[in-house]
Every structure is written in structure tokens, then in C-alpha cells.
Design a protein around this ligand. Structure first.
Ligand code: ATP
Ligand code: MG
Length: 566
């Protein structure tokens, strides 16, 4: 069938338009990084509701993180202002909360059941096993996500339930059990959400997959979008196999590929393709550079140790910004050719493990460069936050959530809790306080707040992120640090990674490289944490498009900097 064209599809290329404008039925969109998957999905939903008259209440879009969901809400609010509020844009977890709140009696929960944060989870685990062990909890979680519920898992969830609590895994597991046991209930939800789309489908796990199968609309209006080469959550139970067999699961599915990369300069894309080639899950993948992002080569740098590597990063950022004296003036600078100059928020430093951040934070502090680190903490696990939330139940005064948080903070302060700690906690809670209408919603949002931390994509700061946390994002300048055997690929001491683990580490590097738009630097150290280390085996696969950068000034000062200095 001929794809429909309309104003909402005008900003898309022909492949994207075919995908976004296609009618009902199962649809698999398989596409590499920066090809506009997320953009296509957003336009598809906008097109459905405003040009195909699909009631927005029938549309459900599932994203991987809350941050991604928020972004999609924003984009849709701009594209189809009249409909956006009626769409359901959720993560698997927030969808699960919604179903459980609606069906709490059937699920054996009270109307205001709580969601256990990690501290609470560990307490419950300790009740069951006699000790609170993070590793054991992670293992338990992975088993449940891959559908292996053993005796320990049963005892643990039973204990949770006795406290009227659910944990993160329950948020998907319980709706699956409920809809599985009650077909008429499942049918009612299928009737409600008749158009479902899922972004980052390569990273769904067994339970999420089961939920999707139960919810998959009768007419088959299910769109899955993703890139198998960016599957990086196997350690958490995700299985790229679900992506690879979408066509069998939801036959007859249409497949559309997107092949134009709008994000990265041709050298960066070239390096990315070389890095992934030996382990690609999309053989013969076509991916062409289309963006206008300059032609800087990929810089590779070897530093003496972790400190020297961090200093290299700080120095290079400094140079790209045009010299330290410009720092405070830099943001919003306009080049003589009218393009925007680089600001702090245009830089991201990506690393494999959190431990690498220390040296970077030190180097940036010394250079006077502002940074923000994206942490994996849940908001509710931050110290200070817990005390305030515990106090929230008590202050009667105040009508709005914000006022009650302030009262609670005052009480906590009066009790002598460290003042800066409380202030930081209040700052962290602020955006939530603004968004939530009542305390119940506040509590739900709080416990769902994974990775909704101090990291703000709009802040004028350099971003420090793990490779995992960088998924789906893009930055004009990217550093991938610690390209060493042992870190990338990561290896536990004394153990050679299994082949599947190696493949996933390779994909992680692919994800990192493909975040970059204009400049990419890959660095490694000769010595890390007091031990001699070898450069990553993956780097040997990247030969073209690369220049070695010594300790001196990087060669080929980028064009925008030269222009700015005129
Ligand atoms: P990832 O795999 O990293 O999640 P993606 O495929 O979801 O990437 P997007 O983030 O949707 O890619 O798009 C990448 C960039 O390309 C964005 O800046 C987007 O605005 C831009 N882009 C996508 N499609 C087009 C287009 N047709 N014209 C111009 N720019 C586009
Ligand atoms: Mg995306």
C-alpha cells in the first residue's frame, strides 16, 4: 500500500515516512543508531491521532526510561498539542503501576500499596535469608526477569506482600500473572490500547515480552523499533532474541529499515561500523552518513595512567571551547558563520564503570570545568531523601505537596540532620514536588524515579555518564575513556569473559561511539589503578578514520573553534 503523506510526515525521509505512515498490523522497524528511530516513532503516533483519526486514548507508547518518556511527551505536545495529554506514554514499569493500581484488589494489594526501594528490598531479603546482600538481590532480580521463579523468589515476594509492598520486578511480573490468569481482563486492556509501540525493543526481557504478548492488540497494531547491535542489557535479563523473532511472533509483520544516519560525521560512523562488524547481529547492515557534522577524524589517545587520561580529556575540552579565558562567556556563543559555538552541555565523557568517574571529576574540578554526573541511584535511595519522605506522613500543615515537603525538611533539620544533606535532598525532590498533584502520586513517582536524578540534559555542564546511561542520547563531542582490556571489555579479575559477554561489550562500545555527532575521542591508559593494562582488543578493529593524538595539542583544530577565534 502507498504510504500516506501529510504534514506530520513531511519532515521525514522516505524510509522514515514509510514507517511512520504505515497503517495497522505488526510492524518492525530495524535501524542503526542516529537513523531517527525515536523521531519516527514520535511522528508515527502524531500522524495516527491527527491524520488517521485514531483516538489518542487508544495509543500506548512504551519507552525504555522515564527520561525518554518525558522527552516523547514533550515532543508530542509540540506536534499534536490537542491530543498529547490523552496519549499513554509509559515505561514498562509505570505501565505496570497503572495496571496494578487499577486492579489492586485482584492483585491482593491495598489501594495505596508501596513500591519498595532498594533499602527496603534488602531489609525484606534479610528477613527471609538472614542477611542483606546486594549481589544476592541482583541475582534474584535477574532470575525473575528471565522467568525463573525459584523457592527463594517465592519466599521473598511473599514477604514483600505481607508488608503491602511490591518491588520493581513485581511491576511487570504481577500484571503478567494477573492478565494471564484472567483472560477477560487481558481482553479489556487490549480493547483499551489498540495501538501499541515500543522503542528500544532489542532490550526487552522475558517478563516485558510476556506483558506485550498479553497486551498485543487484536488487530495486531504493534510497532516495535530498535537495533539488535545496541542490545546492552543482557546482564539485567534482556534478550535480543525477542527482537530477532518478532516476525515469527507477530506474523505477518512488515519490516522497514532506516539507513540514513543523521547524527554522526562520516569518520565517526565509519569507526562505529568497523567496531561492530566482527560481532554484528545485523549482517550487511546499510548505514550511510547524512548529517552535516564536519569531518574531524576520530582521535585515539594513549595516556600514562587514569589521571593523565582525565587531564587529556579536560585539556581537549578546554581547547575545543577555545581557551579557558572564554569559559564563562562561552555558552550561547555564535560563530561567524552563524552556527552555534560549543557550550559545556555539548560534551559527554562515557565510561564503562562508575569507578572511572573519580579521576575525571578531580581533573574537571582542577580545570574549573562544570560537570554533572548521571548516577544510577534511585532518588529514594539518596540519603536525606529518605528522612524527608518518612517525615511526610506526619506534617499536617500545608496543602500542596511542595509545602509539605518543605515542612518535612524543616522537621528533619530541627532534628539535627546535616544541613547541606537536607538542602540537596530538597533540591532533588523539587521537580517531583512541582509535578505531582497529591502525596500518593508523589510516592509512586519517587519510587519509580530510577535514573531521574540530578542529570539535566539542558544544564550547561559537561556530562559524565556510564556507557549504559548514554543509550539513546547524542552529543556534539564524545569521549569514550578506558578503552582497555579489562574495562572495555570488562573482565572480573582472573576470568576471561564468555563469548556472549564479549559480544555485548562490543555492542557497548558501538553504543558509545555512535553517541557522537562532530568529534569523538577514544582513550586508554598504560596503567590503571596501579596495574599495567593493555589497550582494548576492540580498538584494533578500528583502523581507518582514526588519528593518534599524542600528549601535545590535538592536530587539526576543529573548524568551529577556528571560526570562533576570528
Ligand atoms: P539511537 O539508536 O541512538 O536511539 P535513533 O535512531 O533513535 O538513535 P534519533 O535520536 O531519533 O535516532 O535521531 C538522531 C538524530 O537525527 C536526531 O538529532 C534527530 O533529530 C535527527 N534526525 C532524524 N531524522 C531526521 C530527518 N529526517 N531529518 C533531519 N534530522 C533527522
Ligand atoms: Mg532512539
Amino acid at each position: 500500500p502507498k504510504p500516506v503523506t501529510g504534514s506530520l510526515l513531511d519532515g521525514l525521509d522516505p524510509d522514515q515516512r514509510e514507517a511512520a505512515g504505515s497503517g495497522g498490523g505488526p510492524l518492525l522497524i530495524i535501524a542503526g543508531p542516529g537513523t531517527g528511530k525515536t523521531r519516527t516513532l514520535t511522528h508515527r503516533i502524531a500522524h495516527l491521532v491527527s491524520e488517521r483519526d485514531i483516538p489518542p486514548e487508544q495509543c500506548l507508547a512504551i519507552t525504555f526510561t522515564r527520561r525518554a518518556a518525558e522527552e516523547m511527551v514533550e515532543r508530542l505536545a509540540a506536534l499534536v498539542p490537542g491530543h498529547a495529554a490523552k496519549l499513554t506514554i509509559a515505561t514498562f514499569h509505570s505501565l505496570g503501576v497503572r495496571i496494578l493500581r487499577e486492579q489492586h484488589e485482584r492483585a491482593g494489594l491495598s489501594a495505596d500499596f508501596g513500591i519498595a526501594d532498594q533499602t527496603r528490598q534488602l531489609e525484606i531479603l534479610a528477613e527471609v535469608t538472614g542477611e542483606a546482600d546486594r549481589r544476592a538481590l541482583a541475582e534474584l532480580s535477574r532470575n525473575r526477569r528471565t522467568g525463573n521463579v525459584d523457592e527463594l523468589a517465592e519466599r521473598y515476594t511473599k514477604a514483600l506482600r505481607q508488608h503491602d509492598l511490591v518491588d520493581f520486578d513485581d511491576l511487570v511480573e504481577m500484571p503478567v500473572a494477573l492478565l494471564d490468569a484472567e483472560p477477560e481482563l487481558a481482553a479489556a486492556y487490549r480493547e483499551r490500547y489498540r495501538w501499541i509501540s515500543v522503542d528500544e525493543y532489542q532490550d526487552v526481557d522475558e517478563q516485558q515480552y510476556r506483558l506485550l504478548r498479553l497486551l498485543a492488540p487484536r488487530e495486531g497494531n504493534l510497532t516495535a523499533i530498535g537495533d539488535p547491535d545496541q542490545a546492552i542489557y543482557r546482564f539485567r535479563g534482556a534478550d535480543v532474541g525477542f527482537f530477532l523473532r518478532f516476525q515469527e511472533d507477530f506474523a505477518p509483520a512488515r519490516t522497514v529499515q532506516l539507513t540514513r544516519n543523521y547524527r554522526s560525521n562520516p569518520h565517526i560512523l565509519g569507526a562505529a561500523l568497523q567496531a561492530i562488524a566482527p560481532g554484528t547481529l545485523v549482517p550487511g547492515r546499510e548505514l550511510r552518513p547524512l548529517g552535516e557534522h564536519g569531518d574531524a577524524l576520530v582521535g585515539v589517545h594513549q595516556a600514562a595512567d587514569g589521571r593523565a587520561e582525565a587531564a587529556f580529556v579536560a585539556r581537549t575540552i578546554d581547547q575545543l571551547l577555545g581557551g579557558s579565558s572564554f569559559h564563562s562567556l562561552d555558552s550561547g556563543r555564535v560563530n561567524s558563520d552563524g552556527t552555534q559555538g560549543l557550550g559545556f552541555s555539548d560534551f559527554a565523557v562515557l565510561y564503562r564503570t562508575d569507578r572511572q568517574a573519580r579521576a575525571l571529576l578531580d581533573a574537571f574540578a582542577q580545570a574549573g570545568l562544570p560537570v554533572q554526573k548521571r548516577s544510577h541511584d534511585r532518588l529514594s535511595d539518596r540519603s536525606g531523601v529518605e528522612e524527608i519522605v518518612a517525615e511526610l506522613a506526619h506534617p499536617g500543615a500545608g496543602t500542596t505537596v511542595a509545602e509539605r515537603v518543605r515542612h518535612a525538611a524543616d522537621t528533619v533539620l530541627a532534628r539535627g540532620v546535616d544541613e547541606p544533606l537536607v538542602h540537596t535532598a530538597v533540591e532533588l525532590l523539587k521537580p517531583l514536588a512541582l509535578r505531582c498533584a497529591d502525596l500518593a502520586q508523589f510516592r509512586t513517582e519517587l519510587s519509580l524515579g530510577v535514573e531521574v536524578d540530578t542529570w539535566d540534559p539542558r544544564a550547561d555542564r559537561i556530562s559524565l555518564l556510564t556507557l549504559h546511561a548514554a543509550k539513546g542520547l547524542e552529543f556534539p563531542v564524545v569521549f569514550v575513556v578506558g578503552c582497555e582490556d579489562g574495562l572495555l571489555p570488562l573482565r572480573w579479575p582472573g576470568a576471561e569473559p564468555a563469548e556472549e559477554e564479549l559480544a555485548e561489550e562490543r555492542r557497548l562500545l558501538f553504543v558509545g561511539i555512535t553517541r557522537a555527532q562532530r568529534h569523538l575521542y577514544l582513550s586508554h591508559a598504560a596503567e590503571r589503578w596501579g596495574r599495567a593494562v593493555a589497550r582494548s582488543r576492540f580498538l584494533t578493529d578500528i583502523s581507518a578514520d582514526v588519528e593518534r593524538i599524542g600528549d601535545a595539542v590535538p592536530r587539526g583544530r576543529p573548524r568551529e573553534t577556528q571560526l570562533r577565534l576570528l
